[in-house]
Design a protein around this ligand. Structure first.
Ligand SMILES: [Fe+2]
Length: 280
């Protein structure tokens, strides 16, 4: 088990459809810290070249060797994190770990108007905050980090310059947040895990499975676009990077705005195609 030092504790008994309040914590148990240290050493060995590079690198945890996944499981399935999440929900809610979406983030923030620029921009991680059933909570688990940047969780009024062994939990869809700090292209490397958890009253029910499916599908499309455009070099990458940043801004207005825009473009394209294909 782990010792917990919660640096910000949410009020108990909040309704699931409301904002999950950003919650800070830290692994203090020597056994947990040994797992973190071992994982950092493994990442430094495995990704030596990537750690020298810019921009940042996101790797899906599910693609890593079993040795690394075992260590990551010890952290992402930690009772410390589970308790910090469930404390904010009414009794009877359960966590479904969204392991397919979990990522290892390696190295440096970058600021180049590409798909990764959004770390510095005000943004929501997800775009399904109009879905009122359950919540998705993201854990940022800092394996190696210094305090040169801070993360601002605006809706919860919480901010933190995360250092080694600390974690932050935020509402994936409902927390407006951003990274603050003077951008330094020569900053030190940082290594963190981004793990996602769906919280619902009935994890095996149809509604929960539909929400899980929607979250996973949207996540896969958005991440593919961000990865493709995160350091744009050709016109197609620059265009997708522009779309990433435009949709992020529109999502800040309302999550349905980018969806309506996509539907409008598809409808207009279909209409033009039909007109072109039909005889005059
Ligand atoms: Fe974010």
């Amino acid at each position: 088990m782990t010792d917990a030092i919660d640096l910000a504790t949410p009020a108990p008994g909040r309704r699931a459809t409301r904002l999950f309040p950003a919650t800070l914590g830290r692994f203090d148990d020597p056994a947990d810290r040994a797992v973190v240290d071992g994982l950092v050493r493994w990442v430094e060995r495995q990704f030596r070249a990537d750690l020298q590079e810019r921009p940042s690198k996101h790797v899906y945890v599910r693609t890593l060797p079993a040795e690394a996944i075992g260590r990551i499981d010890a952290l992402r399935d930690s009772p410390l994190i589970a308790a910090a999440i469930l404390r904010a929900f009414p009794p009877g809610h359960a966590i479904t770990a969204m392991k397919w979406t979990d990522e290892l983030y390696i190295s440096h923030y970058n600021k180049d108007l590409g798909g990764d620029q959004g770390l510095f921009s005000r943004h929501y991680d997800g775009n399904l905050r109009f879905v009122g059933y359950g919540a998705v909570v993201r854990a940022l688990i800092y394996l190696q980090s210094d305090d040169t940047y801070k993360v601002v969780f605006h809706d919860s009024g919480v901010e933190r310059a995360f250092t080694d062994y600390e974690f932050g939990l935020l509402d994936f869809h409902r927390e407006l947040h951003w990274v603050e700090g003077r951008y330094d292209p020569a900053d030190r490397q940082r290594i963190l895990l981004k793990c996602n958890y769906m919280v619902t009253p009935n994890p095996n029910g149809l509604a929960a499975r539909a929400v899980l499916w929607a979250n996973t599908g949207v996540f896969a499309v958005v991440k593919a676009a961000m990865e493709y455009s995160k350091s744009p070099r050709n016109p197609a990458q620059r265009f997708v990077g522009l779309l990433c940043n435009l949709f992020r801004l529109l999502n800040n207005l309302h999550p349905l705005v980018p969806l309506v825009l996509i539907a409008g473009v598809l409808a207009a394209g279909g209409y033009l195609l039909l007109r072109w294909a039909s005889p005059a």
